[in-house]
Design a protein around this ligand. Structure first.
Ligand code: GDG
Length: 492
């Protein structure tokens, strides 16, 4: 009898909700996989260059998962999700509960026990899949809010692993986080990691405060110590977990190269001409999400048009709103509201041949995005809350001609680093209008000075620097300290 070959294991494992590939099925039923464009894939490419690694994630369609397969040196390990899992774990708990709760409850989060049960079950499935493919002593990098229970579930099975988790979105203040009926289990899940990475120092501090208030954990500086980190089993020894900010960035060299292509520059010229060669192009590029502040932005634009401060054909506004989460109710409502507002503004302020607001509810290739950035004299990045916002970093990188101006919301992670932007509070419509006008009217020299500083910042701290910093922090994470005192009055 031939026994099956032992499954191959890897020293470096990445886990994210999605695999970094998309499947397409041809008319003859043949499957092809293409690398999905996106920051995470690029970031990980840079850390996987010198080593073999496995990536655990959902393949993007419900039902049975394909067998693990190789994409160059990368082993892809699909986790199956049924249609019900997608509805409850992804659209429900991840996007209907956690997303709004972690973004300042801009829309009310929905709490459903049935969603939570499936979230727990899917996180267990991810942990099992990682445990199977991770070699003895491997490093595991878990990504984002969809997988917050994975660190502890994994540590239970595999205490030998070094586990890091990075949150791409904000972590809420304890006053909001405490609403979550399953707050203690989520924190216990996270504290299974050795290192927790966040976009902003405030996110890390919010997590530490929640651990103190909800679990009764202690902390010294950015290290949380909690004796129940092994799920409260008797005799569990305390673990120390560091929580700190390691802000994400973009592949600045790659994006610059893309923006520098003659075809992209030619396309930028073409786009400007098709807009009627305006004096000023204002641009917004966002997933169609209520966190991105598109409604507030449109309100400011509408008032500027009413005031006569801007008008087509001299000044036009282009809003790219990439389709997103269309099966989630709040997103359908937002789409209707935005489309109604754009219709009203254009009805009131456009003339035949001169459109005030160009609204594009479509997804474009990266080359087209780079061309659009080059057309934008003023880029409007005005989210109500955003973990980082990569569009801001891409915009300044694409403008290697030194032109342009960036209006940036204070409520983005990017604003912590990009201090030379025209910073604004998107809730303050009067202030937002003034900032937009300043970005339009400031002197050429002042705008160039700001853009130079912003470009330097993104070039110096790129995605490779981000990934390196994260892995270094994980490598030197504290691990198990001497037994520490547990405080006595947790909120659980
Ligand atoms: C989460 C956090 C954090 C957009 N439309 C198209 C397109 N995009 C690209 C952009 C950019 C990316 O998608 C969007 O990144 P953001 O950072 O702006 O926002 P989220 O999707 O909300 O991402 C966020 C991020 O994770 C990373 O940690 O910054 O705060 O919410 O790269 O250019 N790309 C293409 N066509 C489009 O139509 N090709």
């Amino acid at each position: 009898m031939v026994s099956p070959a032992p499954a191959r294991t890897y020293d470096f494992v990445i886990a994210a909700n999605r695999l970094p590939v998309d499947r397409t099925v041809g008319p003859d039923g043949e499957e092809t996989w293409t690398t999905s464009p996106g920051g995470l894939v690029t970031a990980m490419e840079s850390v996987m260059r010198d080593r073999e690694a496995a990536w655990v994630g959902w393949a993007g369609f419900p039902g049975d998962a394909p067998e693990p397969f190789d994409d160059g040196p990368l082993r892809l390990c699909p986790v199956p999700l049924s249609a019900e899992d997608v509805e409850h774990y992804y659209e429900g708990f991840s996007n209907g509960t956690l997303w709004p709760l972690y973004h300042d409850v801009i829309v009310p989060p929905t709490f459903h026990r049935s969603w939570w049960n499936v979230y727990r079950e899917v996180n267990r499935r991810f942990a099992d899949a990682i445990a199977e493919v991770a070699a003895e002593g491997a490093t595991v990098w878990v990504h984002d809010y969809q997988l917050q229970l994975v660190p502890a579930l994994l540590r239970d099975q595999r205490p030998d692993l070094r586990i890091g988790w990075f949150n791409h979105i904000p972590f809420p203040p304890v006053e909001l986080f405490a609403q979550l009926p399953w707050r203690a289990t989520i924190l216990r899940g996270l504290l299974g990691a050795d290192f927790l990475g966040f976009q902003r120092p405030d996110d890390a501090r919010n997590l530490i405060r929640s651990c103190r208030a909800v679990l009764g954990a202690t902390h010294k500086g950015d290290v949380v110590t909690w004796a129940g980190a092994d799920d409260g089993r008797p005799g569990a020894s305390p673990r120390a977990v560091r929580a700190a900010s390691i802000p994400i960035s973009i592949d600045a060299a790659g994006f610059r190269e893309l923006a520098d292509q003659p075809s992209v520059k030619a396309r930028a010229k073409e786009i400007r001409e098709s807009l009627g060669n305006p004096d000023v192009v204002l641009l917004g590029v966002d997933r169609l999400d209520y966190t991105k502040g598109i409604r507030h932005r449109l309100r400011a634009i509408e008032e500027l048009l009413e005031d006569g401060a801007i008008s087509p054909p001299e000044v036009v506004f282009v809003q790219v709103a990439t389709p997103s989460r269309e099966r989630v109710e709040a997103y359908r409502t937002l789409k209707e509201q935005i489309e109604g507002t754009v219709g009203r503004i254009n009805g009131d302020f456009s003339h035949l041949g001169d459109t005030a607001v160009h609204y594009l509810h479509q997804s474009y290739p990266r080359e087209e995005m780079a061309a659009l950035f080059q057309v934008a004299d003023v880029m409007l990045v005005t989210p109500l809350r955003d973990g980082m916002n990569l569009v801001a970093k891409e915009y300044v990188t694409a403008r290697h001609d030194g032109g342009g101006a960036l209006v940036l919301s204070e409520f983005t992670g990017a604003a912590e680093e990009m201090r030379a932007a025209y910073l604004c509070n998107p809730h303050d419509i009067t202030g937002l209008k003034e900032t937009i006008l300043r970005a339009i009217r400031d002197t050429h020299e002042e705008k160039r000075r700001r853009m130079r500083s912003l470009r330097r910042q993104v070039r110096t701290y790129d995605v490779q620097a981000w990934a390196d910093s994260f892995l270094r922090a994980l490598e030197v994470a504290p691990g198990r300290p001497a037994r520490s005192r547990r405080s006595i009055s947790p909120m659980v």
